[in-house]
Ligand binder design. Sequence first.
Ligand code: AMP
Ligand code: MG
Length: 420
Amino acid sequence: MTAQNPAGHASDGLVSVEDHLAQILEAVSPLSPLDLTLSDAHGCVLAEDVGAAFPLPPFDNSAMDGYAVRADDIASAGESQPVTLPVVGDIAAGSGGPYTVQPGLCVRIMTGAPIPAGADAVVPVEWTDGGVAQVSIRRPATPGAHIRRAGEDASAGTTVLTEGTHLGATQVGLLAAVGRDRVQARPRPRVVVLSTGSELVDPGTALSPGKIPDANSSLLTAAAQEAGGIAFRVGIVPDDPRLLLDTLEDQLIRADAVVTSGGVSVGAYDVVKEAIGRLGPVTFARVAMQPGMPQSFGQIGPDKTPFFGLPGNPVSAYVSFEVFVRPAIRRMLGVEPINRPTVRAKLTAAVTSPPGKRTFARAQLKVEHGAYSVRPVGGGGSHLIASLAQANALIVVPEKMTALEAGATVTVMLLERRHA
Ligand code: AMP
Ligand code: MG
């Protein structure tokens, strides 16, 4: 590993990936909870303990379509000597009818309908002749059979979800089941995304000489959504400091974080580098990684909004997002883990890495015969977005390694979407 001084700068002027990330994570914290609707709370972290205001299920109800009976009345029922009972009513799911089942009688009942007073068992329709006026029952039932008891899932007052729970589909379903339409939860961070570059045009626009479509703002907006944020794609800002500052000042009002691409290296017209310092303290670092060496991070505007100035090459922008922005978004969401999962996998082709830098090589990870194998895809060029789109993982080559041979076991970061 590269020698480092206490300020985190490697001796060759590079900052380590860890130190740059640590600086970012120190500056971001979980957002304050808000009262959110269930659909807004999906994917967020619960900021209260949620109790059941009423028992779950709320009342004794039938687990089957069948007949509510008194178990004693059908104790002698069998295939060869069915018991026949008059059917005195019909209870559908949703009905609250005040039925009582007297001895020797029964009521037809549907799944989810309340058990009438007097009845202590449900006979599934399959054990009967399905009669409407009277029913012939071929099997006895034990008391309580096919009855779902009030409170058997959760009794009134019990905590069903605790503060800190990440709300996925099933947790949102439970909140609804206990009658909640809103909860206290940490909101998704709002991420404003824009691309800098006078060479950029909106996708769908005809290209004129020297122009290319803006890939990064779409890529980073999608990545920020997948990380759990609410992303706003502002689009293109030309390499004009005044326009960049005006745009950022307008956008800060709705931003919990700002992500830009391009203009952070040492070229002429590197607009972010030129202008951003006027909005707050922003550092420009050379990070010991490949791709993604030029990085900037700071806090801008009146609310000290975290600002990420990522390099412009699409692969660099994306890898930088994965390594620095995604963990920050997840920290703001309040979810753990903030990092992508990693696995160890067998390399199927050699990979090289510049000395002193951590390489994140695009790769395809597969499971073969129960073991992970990983294959690099695309070349080293940071402009190669076509091969980026083939990758489902990044091979992480440590700083001290310059080459990994086929057959070596390597650490691989998974890029699957489901971890939002
Ligand atoms: P920069 O970091 O601004 O010097 O840009 C580095 C390279 O990335 C240049 O070749 C740019 O044309 C390219 N680039 C910058 N921004 C984008 C973008 N939004 N979409 C696609 N390519 C870009
Ligand atoms: Mg540029």
